[in-house]
Ligand binder design. Structure first.
Ligand SMILES: *[C@@H]1O[C@H](CO)[C@@H](O)[C@H](O)[C@H]1NC(C)=O
Ligand SMILES: *[C@@H]1O[C@H](CO)[C@@H](O)[C@H](O)[C@H]1NC(C)=O
Length: 253
């Protein structure tokens, strides 16, 4: 999303800048506060940081799904600064048909999607799952709107949404965080122990959800967004949804 000028000559910079519409330059350089940060008075406009929202990375632990040593992606979604859920589906004009074929244009991204963002209903339903996430969640993250890219190319909003989500998934490898605290599949641990294991890496408290109150289901990490595309972990604005008094089971996949 940033304009990288490192590799082109100053003459090329001059002509590249000259050919950009002035409004884009204004948005990139003048409108965003220095160090624009979501959910602060310096959040800036909707391209500088997600409008009135944080971003939540939702990873799941679903039996039989994905690699045995990795949580899988459920969603990257917006959440109001005060913790309320944002509305679902913010721009029907960007509900693109056939997301599977759009994503398959980039083989690296597509392979990662199939491995780390599989549908619980099987590979034939990936397209439906990815469309659901893009339409309901991706289109609500305002920094990914086409007008926010300095040189938007078709579907760059989609590639950036899924690419960013997978990058955050890789950078916040929950399985590794838990194993390093000796929390491994097959065991049961208190909610405090799960939360502390993650907090010791990110510095912030995640939200954890359980099935039947005590079987690990999803782990959410909240982020503030700085300067449009830097995701900085922050505390969850919602409490975990597991029984704090029970032991939480971490099933073998
Ligand atoms: C914008 O992107 C297109 C397609 O990648 C490219 O041909 C064009 O040179 C780019 N324009 C600028 C100003 O960078
Ligand atoms: C393809 O996707 C990968 C993974 O998200 C990304 O690192 C890479 O830059 C993408 N390639 C192109 C040409 O956009």
């Amino acid at each position: 999303m940033k304009i990288s000028l490192g590799s082109i000559s100053s003459l090329a910079i001059f002509s590249a800048v000259k050919s950009l519409p002035t409004s884009l330059i204004a948005r990139q350089v003048e409108t965003c506060p220095i160090n624009a940060l979501s959910c602060t008075p310096d959040a800036g406009g909707s391209c500088c940081s997600p409008a009135n929202s944080r971003v939540v990375l939702v990873q799941g632990w679903y039996q039989g799904l994905g690699p045995a040593d990795s949580f899988t992606m459920n969603s990257l979604r917006a959440s109001h600064c005060d913790g309320r859920r944002t509305r679902w589906g913010c721009d029907p004009s960007r509900n693109y048909p056939n997301l599977d074929s759009i994503l398959s244009v980039n083989q690296t991204l597509y392979d990662e999607m199939r491995t780390y963002w599989p549908s619980v209903n099987g590979p034939d339903r990936n397209d439906e799952f990815w469309s659901h996430e893009w339409e309901n969640q991706g289109t609500c993250i305002t920094t990914l709107e086409p007008k926010c890219f300095s040189n938007y190319t078709q579907y760059q909003d989609v590639y950036t949404y899924f690419g960013t989500a997978l990058q955050l998934h890789q950078q916040h490898d929950l399985f590794a965080m838990l194993s390093n605290s000796n929390i491994t599949p097959g065991g049961s641990y208190s909610l405090d122990v799960f939360e502390e294991a993650i907090r010791s890496y990110t510095g912030f408290t995640p939200k954890i959800t359980c099935n039947q109150g005590s079987v690990l289901n999803e782990i959410m990490i909240y982020f503030n967004v700085r300067n449009g595309d830097q995701y900085e972990p922050t505390d969850s604005t919602e409490h975990s949804f597991c029984r704090r008094q029970s032991m939480i089971h971490f099933p073998v996949k």
